[in-house]
Design a protein around this ligand. Structure first.
Ligand code: ADP
Ligand code: ZN
Length: 442
């Protein structure tokens, strides 16, 4: 089933025409309403009328995550606050979150693109949908919620976590469609099998999985364990949230991008120049229709490739590959974005901590765990006396770890394990790039 056949199977030329018209309007719109864009266009000697269509896209300035931080919280909004229906936020690179806003029309557009995702995933109106993405500032929960309602599913807004309850509702409510992170889906599958539940007794057929990178092997494992099928969904709050793109169940080979709303480029991250279709580069989006917080050429930091070949499902919108990596040091831990700089922001200035640390990410079962190893200052070490430092039961050590855990939780929104390192034991730069992140999940 195709949710919006007129748009989703639009001939490429007609789609490009639509994009060009929208891009011209967007150039006018942001020039008139967003000071940052007006300044950047002025600085580049660029007038809105210089944008004649998508062939002029390359003239427009880039937007980066730091621009959202510099304009925190609402400085990039293009409408007065009384027209902003909702805000969401995701992790920024420091203690402050990245804030995004939506008008009522933006919320409608978001529901529309998410409804398309449900159809692409093979869901059917009338089915029970268990939404195990987190509700709250994170866009995952509410984005999928509105999309499912628009599509016509019955929504179970259970949110993330509490595996026993998830399984109970899968059984009792006869859930047919479920959305969560891929790693959580695998945890759930293992728990179902461990509890001796026959997967055939469940109705769940469709898993819509995203918010973190995953692999074909994970898909094969999940599909085999539960006898379901799983598709990939991609999105980021800056652009809208989930629903930027989604795999069609017919091909399961790349995610169709809602190109009528999100104009897409794949660029060489170092030069900013476009790469050829099929080649890996950074995916960059321009929001063509967003009102509250339109973005020009937003550098996602996500690496993938683009495929514009015809798809067997009949959709004409281009497909992006799985996310193959990041241009920056962002980690995704249990679906939550974590930047090493946030860890630093949480810990600097706290007494007894030296400004040296290491992050170790591991996977226990299917769930990610993060350990922050923090070096203590000489003073603390001496206060405790030689030999007593390593004793995790020591009151002073326990107290210091608890304080760090609390500070990290406030900034990262997830629990981190904290261990203390003796002075001089954290990684130091040896001329080259300092390696303080050890991702042992792969
Ligand atoms: P979300 O609600 O999608 O997690 P965030 O803005 O918090 O939104 O995080 C967006 C980032 O999450 C993306 O830039 C990308 O790195 C990652 N992400 C989202 N979906 C996927 C996916 N299907 N595969 C890989 N990474 C993804
Ligand atoms: Zn397709």
């Amino acid at each position: 089933m195709i949710w919006n056949p007129e748009i989703e199977t639009m001939p490429c030329l007609a789609l490009e025409k639509l994009q060009s018209e929208r891009l011209q309007k967007l150039a006018d719109y942001v020039y008139a309403r967003v000071p940052m864009y007006r300044q950047r266009m002025d600085a580049a000697g660029l007038k809105p009328s210089d944008i004649g269509g998508i062939h002029d896209l390359h003239k427009l300035p880039f937007t980066k995550k730091i621009d959202l931080r510099d304009n925190y919280p609402f400085g990039l909004f293009a409408v007065p606050m009384d027209q902003v229906t909702r805000v969401h936020a995701s992790s920024g690179t420091t203690g402050k979150p990245t804030v995004v806003g939506y008008t009522q029309n933006d919320i409608e557009m978001w529901a529309e693109v998410c409804a398309r995702c449900f159809a692409m995933s093979g869901a059917k109106p009338g089915e029970m949908f268990q939404n195990a993405y987190g509700y709250g500032l994170f866009t995952g929960g509410l984005g999928m919620h509105y999309g499912a309602e628009r599509f016509g599913c019955t929504v179970i807004p259970i949110s993330g976590g509490n595996t026993a309850r998830q399984i109970m509702l899968l059984q009792d409510f006869q859930t047919a469609v479920m959305a969560c992170t891929p790693s959580y889906a695998l945890t759930l599958a293992d728990e179902i099998l461990r509890a001796g539940i026959d997967p055939k007794s469940l109705k769940v057929r469709t898993f819509i999985l995203g918010a973190e990178p995953w692999t074909e092997e994970m898909r094969t494992e999940l599909e085999a364990k539960l006898g379901t099928h799983a598709v990939n969904i991609y999105g980021l709050s800056e652009i809208i949230g989930p629903g930027v793109s989604n795999e069609c169940v017919e091909a399961k080979a790349g995610m169709h991008i809602a190109e009528d709303h999100f104009l897409t480029e794949i660029l060489n991250p170092a030069t900013g120049e476009p790469v050829a279709d099929g080649e890996v580069g950074e995916i960059v989006f321009t929001t063509l229709t967003k009102e509250a917080m339109p973005l020009l050429r937003y550098r996602t930091g996500d690496l993938c490739s683009l495929n514009r070949e015809k798809c067997i499902c009949g959709r004409t919108h281009a497909r992006m590959s799985r996310i193959l990596g990041r241009t920056d040091d962002m980690l995704i831990i249990r679906g939550v974005n974590v930047f090493p700089s946030q860890v630093e922001a949480a810990l600097v200035g706290q007494t007894h901590f030296a400004p040296h640390y290491a992050l170790v990410v591991t996977r226990e079962g299917h769930l990610d765990a993060i350990e922050v190893q923090i070096e203590v200052q000489d003073g603390f070490y001496r206060e405790l006396g030689e030999g007593r430092f390593a004793d995790a039961n020591d009151d002073a050590v326990r107290h210091l770890c608890a304080r760090a855990r609390k500070a990290l939780h406030e900034v990262l929104g997830i629990n981190a394990e904290v261990t203390l390192l003796a002075p001089g034991k954290a990684p130091r730069s040896e001329g080259g790039k300092l390696k303080r992140v050890f991702d042992r999940r792969k």
